[in-house]
Design a protein around this ligand. Structure first.
Ligand code: GAR
Length: 210
């Protein structure tokens, strides 16, 4: 059965969605472990409540990015992972780490990539007067938030929306599409080849599955 190692920094609502899908029998996988870079991440509690091994690798306790990422890699390998799932993990990863897990490292990013890479995506969409916003799941490559998109989900932006309103609307979609992607991955239907996302032997378009 497919082992998912989930990396978090905070609330862990995506982690929860994955846990729930597995318990409901809709995702044939196990969460082999959860790693947070922040000691107080609520997602750690969610993992423990579900009986999942959860550890904190506090980035403030490491000299540099290289030493952190090598500890991270070690912990992932200890848990065992067919897929490393970044679920609100708010750290930039070294190219060495990314290359190590190439093709089995996925991320969820709260924008319609390639728009709004990086932080504060909801506020930026509002500030730009966008009428549409959304979320992307993508394979991770060394280019920050630049790896091939697997799927996107769109939401409307309403007049008067705050960043929190929009985040909530986006996160509702996140809970839907991340488990779907992991279902594809676990079924062996999803891979990355030549910097493209491949589903059922078909290259997905730039905006992912439609
Ligand atoms: C999610 O909205 C995710 O898209 C975003 O952080 C949130 C984590 O929520 N990720 C990023 O911004 C990555 N740069 P969660 O902890 O409740 O899953």
């Amino acid at each position: 059965v497919t082992k998912l190692c989930v990396l978090i920094s905070g609330n862990g609502s995506n982690l929860q969605a994955i846990i729930d899908e597995i318990s409901a029998g809709r995702l044939d996988a196990v969460v082999s472990g959860v790693i947070s870079n922040r000691p107080n991440a609520y997602g750690l509690e969610r993992a423990k409540s579900a009986g999942i091994n959860a550890v904190c690798l506090d980035h403030t306790q490491f000299e540099d990015r290289e030493s952190y990422d090598s500890a991270l890699k070690e912990q992932i390998n200890t848990f065992g992972a067919d897929c490393v799932v970044l679920a609100g993990f708010m750290r930039i990863l070294t190219p060495e780490f990314v290359d190590e897990f190439a093709g089995k490292l996925v991320n969820i990013h709260p924008s319609l990539l390639p728009k709004y890479k990086g932080l504060h995506t909801h506020q930026r969409a509002i500030d730009n007067g966008d009428t549409e916003h959304g979320v992307s799941v993508h394979f991770v490559t060394p280019e920050l938030d630049g790896g091939p998109v697997i799927i996107q989900s769109r939401v409307p932006v309403f007049e008067g929306d705050s960043a929190d309103d929009l985040a909530e609307r986006v996160q509702e979609q996140e809970r839907r599409i991340y488990p779907l992607v992991l279902r594809w991955f676990s079924a062996g239907r999803l891979s990355m080849r030549d910097n493209k996302a491949i589903l059922d032997e078909q290259e997905l378009p730039e905006t992912g599955y439609a």
